[in-house]
Design a protein around this ligand. Structure first.
Ligand code: NAD
Ligand code: DAU
Length: 337
């Protein structure tokens, strides 16, 4: 698996994956196919070995563009491209269906047409809905689908299409489902980078509802290392959950980040809850641990420290992400808090 076609490689996780793959495999060559939506940023790829990376601006819903960029000797497609923010899907689902559902089908068709050896589809724990609070319940790979947001529904639909391509046409597919990633270069609409960006500027941190919703956090490079292992050694047609056994309530995350930054808890502002807000996500990663021997390398403490350092040292990146259309989005989403 050395000639890779990565979609969404200018986004948060896709760019981390490209960095890691180029570092881990000296003979790895990557075509990075990305539409550069508001979430895509070529600065996310600064410093990588350009001789082994080719950027191709294109939309995964455009079959001609995908086929033009997809070389016949591609070993694997790794599909990160997506509309990824739950709140935006609640405001309008259209782009989510277009990219996440239709785009995935276009890529599956192209993979068959070009004879691509393997299709790695990056999915999310949100396809299996919400778990009860304070219970020893976890998502595993056989948990039933129960998507609750338009985003989650679009990702669930994409998974069904991947499954169908495997079952009907024998396409060599693997699916990964991960929880909440954190780390450098995450667009500051998501909770953790939004919180860091705001707190570092002494601005309020909006916490939805009662703040007791639980998310299962993983450092982005640990997620990407798991994807590399699934790509190389995962069994065809299978799904692998990826998680670091790191459940935290939103309010606890906010308080601990403020403490590390030396900022007052009074920056926390409880705001109107997200519609249909999933209460708890918690992943059982036993399958990937036992089958592939994967383990996360970062603890929450080491990962959050690296993340905070990156945002502190990259104020320009944050300012540029928070400019322009982001300001309109922020005003629409939060009003004045
Ligand atoms: P992101 O929003 O940061 O990046 C998405 C990238 O996809 C951007 O570079 C964007 O330009 C590109 N893109 C969007 N629409 C496109 C289109 N039509 N054609 C080509 N490119 C397009 O997302 P992320 O947080 O890096 O997530 C990447 C993937 O991982 C997504 O599939 C997401 O569902 C999944 N995922 C994310 C998390 C998380 O915590 N962020 C957790 C589990 C799974
Ligand atoms: O679980 C995996 C998913 O994690 C991915 O599939 C998604 O792409 C990714 O965006 C993420 O979804 P969440 O909705 O969990 O992430 P988000 O950062 O938007 O929110 C995390 C939690 O924080 C969630 O309970 C909502 C809450 N929140 C979020 C925002 C943006 C707030 O309390 N305030 C906020 O301003």
């Amino acid at each position: 698996m050395r000639n890779l076609f990565v979609t969404g490689g200018a986004g948060f996780i896709g760019s981390a994956f490209i960095r890691l793959a180029l570092e881990e495999f000296s003979d790895c060559r990557i075509v990075n196919f990305d539409a550069l939506t508001y979430a895509g940023n070529l600065d996310n790829l600064s410093g990588i070995d350009e001789s082994r990376h080719r950027f191709w601006r294109g939309d995964i819903t455009d079959p001609d563009a995908v086929l033009a960029a997809l070389e016949a000797e591609t070993d694997a497609i790794i599909n990160f491209a997506a509309e990824s923010h739950v709140d935006r899907s609640i405001a309008s689902a259209h782009e989510f269906l277009r990219t996440n559902v239709l785009g995935t089908q276009v890529l599956l068709d192209a993979a068959r047409e070009r004879g691509v050896h393997r299709f790695v589809h990056i999915s999310t724990d949100e396809v299996t809905g919400s778990l009860p609070e304070d219970e020893e319940a976890f998502f595993d790979e056989s948990s039933p689908f129960a998507p609750n947001s338009p985003y989650a529904a679009s990702k669930a639909a994409a998974e069904h299409l991947v499954r169908a391509a495997h079952h009907t046409f024998g396409l060599n597919t693997v699916i990964t489902r991960c929880g909440n990633n954190y780390g450098p270069r995450q667009f500051p609409e998501k909770f953790l980078p939004l919180m860091l960006a705001n707190a570092m500027r002494d601005e309020a941190i909006p916490v939805y509802g009662d703040g007791r919703n639980v998310r299962d956090w993983i450092y982005v490079d640990d997620h990407c290392r798991a994807i590399l292992q699934v790509m190389e050694r995962g069994r065809t047609g299978e799904t692998y959950n990826i998680g670091a056994r790191n459940e935290r309530r939103n309010i606890d995350v906010a308080q601990s980040v403020l403490k590390i930054l030396g900022k007052p808890p009074s920056l926390i502002k409880f705001v109107k809850d997200r519609l249909g807000h999933d209460r708890r996500y918690a992943i059982d990663p036993t399958k990937i641990e036992t089958e592939l021997g994967w383990r996360p390398r970062e603890t929450w403490e080491s990962g959050i420290e690296k993340t905070i350092r990156w945002y502190a040292e990259n104020a320009e990146w944050v300012e540029s992400a928070r400019s322009g259309a982001y300001r309109e989005y922020y005003a629409r989403q939060y009003g004045t808090i």
